[in-house]
Design a protein. Sequence first.
Length: 130
Amino acid sequence: MNDINTVTLTGVLGNDAQFKVFGSGNEIAEMNFGFKTRQKNREGVWTDKSHWIRVKAFKLPDFIKQQLTKGRQLVVNGRLEIDTWEKDGVKKSQAVVMANEVWPMRGRMDDTQVPLTPKAEPAGPNDNPF
């Protein structure tokens, strides 16, 4: 049995995407991507906690590349990988989402936006076909 490694996040870009072109002509976009989780604290009050992760994406269409600016809300679908490197003799690692798909959402971050190019509409709580 193969392991499942799928990540889907909605969140906001913390900076403009940085693009790098390799000698082979392949291009990669690298971005800092922020998202929130909501949880109850010990007093029973709901609080938001911010998280940041690095996202890398290959072969993005030009119309999407133009929209990868700071503050833009996105849907990212991909897989989790661990980048490792050594700096000053110290081994370091960082979780990274290798994006298969990036969907810009209309405007800036708010709770009512819809992706510009969704693959499928998400199911609502009453959309159970069974």
